[in-house]
Write a protein that binds this ligand. Structure first.
Ligand SMILES: C[S@@+](CC[C@H](N)C(=O)[O-])C[C@H]1O[C@@H](n2cnc3c(N)ncnc32)[C@H](O)[C@@H]1O
Length: 276
């Protein structure tokens, strides 16, 4: 998943778009309780209170927008997947959700007090564009914040799955290549891109999160049914290889058993900056 000069970013975007169009319900079932855990910290980082004009980019099923609305913010949520937008509207009928591209926002300069992106940046072919677009639509003094997953050795749900694929299958399976999934797990890289996009006072912290799964099989199922890039990797293996990967994932996940649940550490990296 490393960035190389030969990456076809349009092919990658089409692959991601098709993928997210197909998984809104499965994504919700697998990830709602996990990605929602970062919502409060993300909204605190951009100082969301009643009356704040907020844009939630790559809103998915709208979890962060929903929490912001509870705080009394005026929220717009955008996502490039119409299926995700339909899911978000169904969940939070009072919020304004629109189809839109994180890399090319259809809002005037200075329209928002705050812009957030919860686990969205790592899915973009051109993440720098999302940062400069976020900067453009903010008013001076406005704040931008995003979350991504911690490194695979910390966000162990990903670590377990990638290690199982490496041990039993192949990582290079001919999928449209995209940028490194864990690029922004690195705090220095977050600070660098925020500064480059024109933000000041970049701040990076970790949000502790736990993925609670009913059984050790749910980790494979969640990745297989509810993601795009990781699911693509799993689907591209032969049936026999996939069975070996599934068994390895089950074994590793069992090491995190606590009473009746599997509890996987899945920290988020939270990065924020201010438009001068
Ligand atoms: C991992 S989900 C995160 C959803 C939600 N923010 C959450 O907290 O769970 C990633 C979302 O990014 C959206 N997405 C990916 N690329 C996008 C783009 N270029 N513009 C807008 N949305 C995009 C996908 O459709 C998907 O809903």
């Amino acid at each position: 998943m490393m960035m190389t000069p030969s990456i076809d970013l349009d092919a990658f975007r089409a692959f991601e778009h098709e993928g997210w169009q197909g998984v809104p319900q499965q994504y919700h079932s697998a990830f709602a309780d996990l990605t929602s855990q970062a919502a409060m910290a993300l909204l605190d980082a951009v100082e969301v209170t009643a009356g704040v004009q907020l844009l939630d980019v790559a809103t998915g099923p709208g979890y962060v927008a929903g929490v912001a609305a509870q705080r009394g913010a005026n929220v717009i949520g955008i996502d490039f997947s119409t299926a995700m937008i339909a899911q978000a509207r169904q969940r939070y009928s009072m919020i304004d959700f629109r189809e839109g591209d994180a890399e090319d926002l259809s809002f005037a300069d200075g329209s928002f007090d705050a812009v957030v992106m919860n686990f969205g940046l790592l899915h973009l072919g051109r993440p720098e564009r999302a940062l400069t677009e976020g900067h453009r639509v903010l008013r001076p003094g406005g704040r931008f914040a995003f979350t991504v997953w911690g490194k695979p050795e910390e966000a162990v749900g990903f670590g377990i799955v990638l290690a199982a694929i490496e041990a039993h299958g192949k990582l290079d399976v001919g999928l449209p290549q995209g940028p490194n999934f864990f690029r922004f797990s690195d705090s220095d890289e977050c600070q660098r891109v925020l500064l480059e996009a024109g933000f000041v006072s970049p701040f990076v912290t970790t949000v502790s999160q736990t993925w609670r799964l009913r059984t050790s099989d749910v980790l494979f199922e969640s990745m297989f049914e509810g993601t795009v890039r990781t699911a693509g990797l799993l689907r591209a293996q032969s049936a026999e290889t996939r069975d070996a990967i599934r068994a390895a994932i089950r074994q590793s996940a069992l090491q995190y058993k606590e009473e009746n649940m599997i509890e996987l550490p899945m920290p988020a990296v939270l990065a924020s900056g201010r438009k001068p």
